[in-house]
Ligand binder design. Structure first.
Ligand code: HEM
Length: 482
């Protein structure tokens, strides 16, 4: 049954669909980037599509980014869009399960655990974890491995060691990593869409959450009972921080914030590191340039890198920037509209009940801002005055960047490049991710040369999860350097 589209001219145009209720779910779900680019060409930056009964209003371009990220909380919010998805994973009393003002305080407390001093301590821990992984699983002269699997394990180990503390790291091999994987399994579009469906993964996720939560609570109890030992990890920061009203975080909140931080960084950083290595393996000249720069900065012997050394190897940062530009792990950011909201510079009003969808990935692959946008060219960041990373500027210090065709601000939410979002929900883990990913890249490139498996080549993005990973099999051939 063909629906009558665009009945109300005060609303953004509706993408044509044939099957009621289901709407454009299949075409969007299979190729979301192609879908958004196609309908942008037809309707402009704002249009709505139906997806399993939900009206999704897509807001593209730098103005669309700004509109979604800066919308007033009284009209648009993230908690109504995400909480049903995140609560079984993160648990109660944290992130989207608290009023927005509490989330803002929780993020501020979390940020206090992600300082430069902490990063300086974390870099040697990350190196040690990568070396342990390599000694156990990448110990041949050359071999072909599933690089997504390898990197995901390294991210779990390095994040657990640095953020969650030594007790959790010590128990990783005792099944804790499996609990993370079970939690992950319910972070999928299907769980976003079918919130009422009793999916088996929903129940296993709740069980895994309560087991992990129990483990973290026992670690918290042990630390309290044995308060002579000094800790300097994120757990310690959370246990000792207070809200503005002087109240400490509850133990439930401490445990669940740890789970939330871990989950927020797991797939995103694994995807970025994996894509980065795949892109390098696909263009060996980039490995040569990076390796030469590593030697120039560190000397022929390539000793372990420190936090301060990282900024002397800008290629590592350019690789992360470029990977996030072309293969951002999060391609759709959602909000729910609670009060009708006008879209500036248009005659549209988005009604309450719609979801807003921002996609900075569309603007970061827009040829108007990034020439030859599909090319993986880390060196395009060389002339950039803006570092998104811990070693360069950050959102407080960023200025203007010139790509050679006019000047675009990367500072504000009206930017074509926002892989970490903007506004009140902006990522707090950006700097940690840059430190973690660059340290892993350095440590691996120092030991190995990489090339793609010729049978598989460069994998395509897999759009079946909330975080965009490479399609399996994701194979890479490593060769130990002499
Ligand atoms: C928020 C991306 C790593 C913790 C976000 C958002 C994006 C993002 C796009 C905004 C979501 C929205 O507006 O709805 C990334 C990427 C990462 C990464 C690309 C790695 C390459 C991390 C890490 C942590 C983390 C390592 C924790 C240590 C958070 C938190 C939020 C957030 C707490 C705030 C959620 C909110 O306020 O709604 N991240 N992230 N992220 N991220 Fe990250």
């Amino acid at each position: 049954i063909e629906q009558k589209m665009n009945a109300d001219p005060s609303q953004p145009p509706m993408v044509h669909y044939w099957i009621p209720f289901i709407g454009s779910m299949i075409t969007f779900g299979m190729q979301p980037m192609t879908f958004m680019r196609k309908y942008r060409a037809i309707y402009g930056d704002y249009f709505t599509f139906l997806m399993f009964g939900r009206k999704m209003t897509v807001c593209l371009g730098v103005d669309g980014n700004y509109f979604v990220f800066n919308a007033r909380h009284s009209s648009v919010n993230a908690e109504d869009a995400y909480n049903h998805l995140t609560k079984p994973v993160f648990g109660e009393q944290v992130i989207y399960d608290v009023p927005n003002s509490v989330l803002m305080e929780q993020k501020k407390i979390g940020k206090a655990g992600l300082t430069i001093d902490a990063f300086k301590r974390y870099v040697p821990m990350i190196i040690e974890e990568v070396n342990m992984y390599v000694d156990e699983f990448m110990n041949k002269e050359s071999d072909t491995i599933d690089i997504l699997k390898a990197v995901s394990e390294m991210i779990i180990m390095t994040a657990s060691r640095t953020l969650l503390g030594e007790e959790v790291r010590a128990q990783l091999h005792l099944g804790v990593a499996d609990l993370y994987h079970t939690l992950d399994a319910s972070f999928t579009p299907i769980h976003f869409l079918f919130e009422w469906l009793p999916l088996p993964s929903y129940y296993s996720c709740k069980e895994a959450h309560s087991e992990l939560h129990g483990l973290f609570r026992s670690i918290i109890d042990n630390r309290r009972a044995n308060n002579e030992k000094k800790y300097d990890d994120m757990l310690h920061v959370l246990m000792t921080s207070k809200y503005k009203n002087g109240e400490p975080l509850t133990d439930v909140q401490v445990a669940n914030m740890l789970i939330a931080f871990l989950m927020a960084g797991q797939h995103t950083s694994s995807a970025t590191t994996t894509w980065g290595l795949l892109m390098l393996a696909n263009d060996h000249s980039l490995i040569d340039t990076t390796f030469a720069q590593m030697k120039e900065a560190m000397g022929e012997e390539l000793p372990d890198v420190t936090y301060d050394d990282l900024k002397n190897i800008p290629m590592l940062e350019h690789i992360v920037n470029e990977t996030l530009r072309i293969r951002s792990p999060i391609i759709q950011i959602m909000r729910k509209v609670t009060q009708p909201i006008p879209i500036p510079k248009t005659h549209y009003v988005v009604p309450a009940g719609h979801y807003l969808v921002a996609s900075p990935s569309v603007s970061s692959t827009d040829p108007n801002y990034f020439p030859d946008p599909e090319a993986f060219s880390p060196l395009r960041w060389e002339s950039s005055t803006v570092g998104q990373s811990a070693s360069g500027g950050n959102d407080d210090t960023a200025g203007e960047v010139d790509y050679g065709f006019g000047s675009v601000s990367l500072k504000s939410a009206r930017s074509p490049y926002l892989p970490f979002g903007a506004g009140r929900h902006r990522c707090i883990g950006e700097q940690f991710a840059y430190v973690q990913i660059r340290t892993i890249l350095y440590t691996l490139l120092k030991k190995f040369d990489f090339e793609l498996d010729p049978k598989v080549g460069l994998p395509k993005p897999d759009y079946n999860s909330m975080v965009i990973l490479p399609t399996l099999p994701c194979l890479i051939k490593y060769k130990r350097r002499s």
